[in-house]
Design a protein around this ligand. Structure first.
Ligand code: CA
Ligand code: CA
Ligand code: CA
Length: 203
């Protein structure tokens, strides 16, 4: 669930025509004061969207913000089946105030591979590879995550396939994840059009 606003102990809700500065917050309690909240744009609202303030003084929400985004730990993720080159994919994620997925642990790699993308693996337009947010565009051989701008050091989590990254044809600067290779990574030509995964922090 993700909202454009939040409330504590009913607070002073927005009321059209009321002078909030001179209102006593306790006025709000027990008189069925209500307010509407909206979901972030990529979330769909279900329920009435109403928050109401009963005599308990705790707002009750009749809403859920659902989306195609899936939650893993503190972040949300979406697989985009649209095929774009790496740069376009990065920009598309940024349109959602998100970023091309940055994979920092074995468990995150497994969750993305198995739970998020694998359900699409057997479909007619089956997805076998997708972009992740690492590249060595800026400096050959030095892979960095585009979101955090951190260099992938030896101590950082990586999941390169055997023999990768190999900069084949001296033309491979962007990183994909392969489902056929059980979640292994490969550097690949950035101009290739592939599906991709966006990640976003849940605030
Ligand atoms: Ca991540
Ligand atoms: Ca390269
Ligand atoms: Ca390669």
């Amino acid at each position: 669930m993700s909202l454009t606003g939040y409330l504590i102990d009913c607070g002073i809700p927005y009321v059209e025509g009321a002078d909030i500065n001179s209102s006593d917050r306790w006025d709000a309690i027990g008189i069925r004061r209500q307010m509407h909240l909206k979901c972030y744009k990529e979330f769909n609202l279900t329920g009435s969207g109403l928050f109401s303030c009963p005599s308990s003084g705790k707002w009750i929400a009749d809403l859920r913000c659902d989306s195609e985004w899936k939650i893993y730990e503190d972040n949300i993720y979406i697989l985009q089946e649209l095929h774009l080159n790496w740069q376009q994919a990065k920009e598309k994620c940024e349109e959602y105030q998100a970023y091309l997925v940055e994979i920092n642990s074995k468990n995150e790699n497994i969750w993305i591979t198995e739970k998020l993308v694998n359900p699409f693996h057997g479909k007619p337009n089956r997805i076998t590879v997708f972009w992740i947010g690492a590249s060595d565009i800026k400096q050959e051989g030095s892979f960095t995550w585009s979101k955090s701008k951190t260099l992938l050091k030896n101590t950082d989590y990586t999941n390169w396939n055997r023999g990768e990254p190999n900069d084949a044809g001296r033309n491979e600067d962007c990183v994909l994840l392969s489902l056929d290779l059980k979640g292994k990574w490969n550097d690949f030509p950035c101009k290739s059009k592939l599906p991709f995964v966006c990640e976003k922090e849940l605030k």
